[in-house]
Design a protein. Structure first.
Length: 435
């Protein structure tokens, strides 16, 4: 976790103290279930809770023990015994380390998902607000980076809203996928512990029992989770790239908010750079970088190896912390985005009406011209305009072959900007509902 790109609430999920607190809760809930089954004394389970429930675990002490034992869970259990006393011998009965580690990881990932879902809600709210604001603000649509046909800026925002709505649904599914608990023993057979212990712990920790585990919870669940984060990051970058283009000096249809006292360049005082969007591009790359190791972690030897462990210790905190920061930054960027409708109109008019070429093409075919002939007629009038040698509308009116099919009034009719926006309301209802 890099402090520059870390928000405290998400970071706290991954702090050692939080991790040890979750480990304790797993062990203590398991002790309760074992006590109810008569495997350990009920007083022992009560003592575990009484002595350690409100304890602050000594991270330095646990690290000290681990340097000797070379085993993190044993180090924690040794420290827990120092707090609880003799009754600690009844803790971890029939369990293996992965029961604690994997269940804890899934608790952390579900908590992280909850924060990310709240972040997505902020992004969606900002997108909806600005989309409704610019629902009918004309701008140019681009394909291959080249002017195509008119759209509205509200539609651009609506595209993003729909995309992040899908992202939210995927994250809900990924959260459900990873919210499982395994307290099944050394190779997942429950040989040394009753399955009812797992059921009790799962309910207490807000999870569901893993239907079948080995020594670990299967990692295809985690692969789906981190892949979902990667897709969300790609959606973040897609929108960030759109803003970066729109802020180009030659385009300047929108730009990031530039605060009082902000500086754009150490050398050039005039600069106003799209630093937030560029930052989001970089952060998105980092989140996606964890997708490949998550997929590779699925392939473990037999009932378990630890080749996944080192990767997960990094990817769990880093991917969630980074995406959390990026989504909150994106929501703020959208909310404060400066939009310049006059520049949008200026760019829309830049090609002298060429953006209406398809309407002219279709009008010619409807009046009897073959599509091939119609295409040639439109293109031969469009290319001079592309070179800056005339006005498209006037060239069409002066073309005798075009005039065989269309009157001046019919040609002019094809240049109606509003024609392109006649279904904007329909699209908005599809995206945002009737509101």
């Amino acid at each position: 976790m890099i402090p520059r790109y870390t928000r405290p609430e998400m970071a706290s999920i991954w702090e050692p103290q939080t991790r040890f607190k979750i480990w304790f809760e797993i062990e203590a809930h398991a002790a309760d279930a074992l006590a109810e089954l008569g495997t350990i004394p009920k007083e022992a389970a009560k003592t575990v809770w009484a002595k350690a429930k409100d304890a602050t675990f000594d991270v330095a002490r646990i690290d000290e023990i681990e340097r000797e034992t070379k085993h993190d869970v044993i180090a924690f259990l040794t420290h827990l015994a120092e707090i609880v006393g003799p009754e600690a011998r009844f803790v971890h009965q029939g369990m293996t380390s992965s029961d604690v580690l994997d269940t804890c990881l899934n608790v952390q990932l579900t908590r992280a998902a909850d924060l990310l879902l709240a972040d997505l809600d902020k992004v969606l709210a900002a997108l909806k607000k600005r989309a409704l604001e610019h629902k009918m603000t004309p701008t140019i649509g681009r394909s291959h980076g080249i002017h195509a046909e008119p759209v509205t800026f509200g539609l651009k925002l609506a595209y993003a809203y729909a995309e992040f709505s899908r992202a939210r649904e995927r994250l809900i599914a990924a959260r459900k996928e990873v919210a499982t608990c395994a307290i099944s023993g050394a190779v997942g057979t429950f040989a040394q512990i009753d399955p009812r212990v797992e059921q009790h712990v799962a309910k207490a920790m807000g999870l569901v029992p893993e239907p079948i585990s080995t020594q670990i919870i299967p990692r295809d669940r985690h692969a789906m989770y981190f892949s979902t984060l990667g897709v969300i990051a790609s959606s973040v970058e897609r929108f960030a790239v759109e803003i970066r283009h729109m802020q180009r000096t030659e385009v300047l249809e929108a730009e990031e908010f530039f605060s009082e006292g902000q500086k754009g360049s150490s050398a050039m005082p005039h600069k106003r750079n799209p630093v937030l969007s560029e930052n989001l591009t970089g952060l998105s790359r980092m989140v996606r970088a964890y997708v490949t190791p998550a997929l590779e972690n699925v392939v473990l030897w037999h009932e378990r190896d630890i080749s996944h462990s080192s990767a997960e210790r990094m990817m769990g905190p880093d991917a969630t912390v980074t995406l959390d920061f990026a989504l909150v930054r994106l929501a703020g960027l959208i909310d404060k985005l400066l939009v310049y409708p006059a520049n949008m109109q200026k760019n829309l008019d830049r090609l002298g009406g060429l953006v209406h070429s398809q309407r002219v093409l279709l009008a010619l075919t409807q009046k009897g011209a073959s599509r091939e002939d119609a295409y040639k007629l439109v293109q031969r009038n469009a290319m001079p305009v592309w070179r800056g040698e005339g006005d498209f509308l006037q060239l069409l009116k002066n073309d005798a072959e075009v005039k065989k099919y269309l009157t001046d009034a019919e040609i002019e009719e094809q240049f109606d900007l509003g024609y392109h926006f006649k279904h904007v309301d329909t699209i908005f209802k599809r995206v945002f509902g009737e509101s």
